[in-house]
Design a protein around this ligand. Structure first.
Ligand SMILES: [Mn+2]
Length: 198
């Protein structure tokens, strides 16, 4: 099997982002980003998905965290889509029920080529002094657009917003790990009745 890797870069007047992704990695993250909590979440995403992620993210964080977080989601999604190639042999779907102490998240992903985010979570705290927990929804929406993925996320319960957001990121990670896995019995098949995932 060809190596499933990609590099995607995007530069605007607001942000400059580069993501290198290896789907069949060891969960290693090299994150260069000025936002501490967001860095923690990207490291979590790599660790629990088994993908290697190298992310360089700079931008107008003097405004607030919004542009950088949203654009990183988009670039990460685009890199994932590119690394999947024609999606031959992948499981395509994955899901997870992920606890994080007081929080419990339900996440499902379909890498079928259509973007949609279903998101239900009550989030109100500002984490690390710079990351409004509700901004995670913008990250997940941008990721679903870049990856052309259908992403359904629901927070079933939780007290701490740190734990709630972390449960959502870990749930996404575990769902992606399952969805990108190669189905050994059907490794030459495109997992769609359309015969193509584009
Ligand atoms: Mn944490």
């Amino acid at each position: 099997m060809a190596e499933r890797c990609a590099v995607f870069e995007r530069q605007t007047k607001e942000t400059e982002i580069r993501v290198e992704i290896e789907l069949d990695g060891r969960g290693e993250a090299r994150i260069d980003c000025p936002l501490g909590f967001f860095t923690h979440m990207l490291e979590t995403l790599a660790r629990h998905s088994g993908m290697n992620l190298t992310v360089t993210a700079k931008g107008d964080t003097w405004v607030d965290a919004h542009h950088l977080v949203e654009d990183t989601g988009l670039v990460l999604g685009e890199a994932l889509r590119q690394a999947l190639g024609d999606c031959r042999g992948i499981e395509r779907c994955g899901w997870a029920l992920m606890p994080m102490d007081d929080a419990l998240a339900q996440v499902a992903v379909d890498l079928g080529g259509r973007s949609y985010l279903l998101f239900e979570a009550e989030l109100g705290e500002v984490l690390g002094g710079h990351f409004p927990a509700s901004l995670s929804e913008d990250f997940f929406r941008a990721f679903s657009q870049g990856a052309r993925a259908n992403l359904a996320m629901r927070l079933l319960c939780g007290r701490s917003d740190h734990h709630k957001v972390e449960a959502l990121f870990k749930g996404l990670a575990r769902s992606l790990k399952a969805a990108v896995r190669i189905d050994l019995l059907r490794r030459e098949e495109i997992p769609s009745t359309k015969g193509v995932i584009a």
